[in-house]
Design a protein around this ligand. Structure first.
Ligand code: MN
Length: 292
């Protein structure tokens, strides 16, 4: 039997807070755990577990705000998220879609519940992940990738017991569509009862899994919805066995940037000075002051 990749820690976050008035999230990192450098290049993960929103006529979300030094990546599982930014991008993502926005040198945007979903109400379920940019790409021009579900890499499992959706990088020869500034593998898995997935990630990649539904054994450890499993940086197999119908999860695995990271508000930079400069530039209107 091959060696299993050791698990460093399993944890869950129970505390929820509002981001604007549309996103009720559990902050897994860096708030729940200070993994800013430990889990590089992933800098933040906010998880909006399934939550019912009543019908509404007034906007739900976050108004105009800046970002710099990162990419904000939004995964829609239920509900619909709309986006507008001052680089002229506009998009709506539905279940199965991902929005990958590179803030780079700076951008202003708004994120909110799409109007039809807002009006009807319903269950909302999503993740927002921040991917830190390497020092040499910190100030790249802003970019927007709308990765609709039908553009994703799809790897079926044997016996039809589930699907692996490849968002970024490669899973067993299937490539994902996301363009990234450092190497990373991001997969979404959807597993039937008894499905078993075995795969390997590079031992030096920071690797973790969030269960977004159901129950599974991960390297023989019992895990349930909302558990985050952080692996040690050692070579070894990852074996996931689904124990319920409709087990869903996300795998994050990336090459560490191995650079200092300083986070504050909506920015992640390499030094305190750069972070101060970001707040100063925002105050001076250098991210843009126009309406969009
Ligand atoms: Mn934002």
């Amino acid at each position: 039997m091959s060696k299993l990749r050791p698990i460093e820690e399993k944890f869950t976050i129970n505390k929820e807070h509002w981001v604007g008035n549309g996103f009720r999230v559990r902050n897994y990192f860096p708030g729940g755990r200070n993994l800013l450098e430990r889990f590089s290049p992933f800098a933040l993960m906010d998880y909006n577990a399934p939550r019912k929103f009543p019908p509404s006529e007034s906007s739900r979300g976050i108004g105009r705000h800046p970002h710099r030094g990162i990419e904000t990546v939004t995964f829609a599982f239920q509900g619909a998220v709309e986006h507008h930014d001052n680089a002229g991008n506009h998009g709506i993502i539905y279940p199965g879609d991902v929005q990958w926005m590179t803030a780079g040198e700076g951008i202003m945007h708004k994120e909110y519940h799409e109007k039809e979903f807002l009006n009807k109400g319903g269950t909302f379920h999503m993740i927002q992940l921040w991917v830190n940019l390497p020092k040499k790409h910190k100030y790249v021009p802003a970019r927007y990738q709308e990765l609709s579900g039908n553009k994703m890499g799809k790897a079926g499992l044997t016996e039809g017991k589930g699907n692996v959706t490849v968002v970024s990088g490669e899973f067993q020869g299937v490539r994902g569509p996301a363009m990234t500034y450092s190497p990373m593998n991001i997969y979404l898995m959807d597993l039937e009862v008894g499905a078993k997935v075995t795969f390997n990630e590079p031992g030096d990649y920071n690797t973790g899994i969030l269960l977004t539904g159901g129950e599974a054994e991960v390297n023989s450890l019992s895990c349930t919805h909302k558990d985050f499993i952080l692996f040690e940086n050692k070579q070894g197999e990852i074996v996931i066995e689904s124990k319920t119908r409709g087990t869903t999860l996300i795998v994050l695995s990336g090459e560490p940037l191995n650079e200092p990271a300083v986070a504050g508000g909506p920015f992640v930079m390499n030094t305190r000075e750069e972070l101060d400069k970001a707040f100063e530039d925002f105050r001076l209107g250098k991210f843009g002051t126009e309406e969009f």
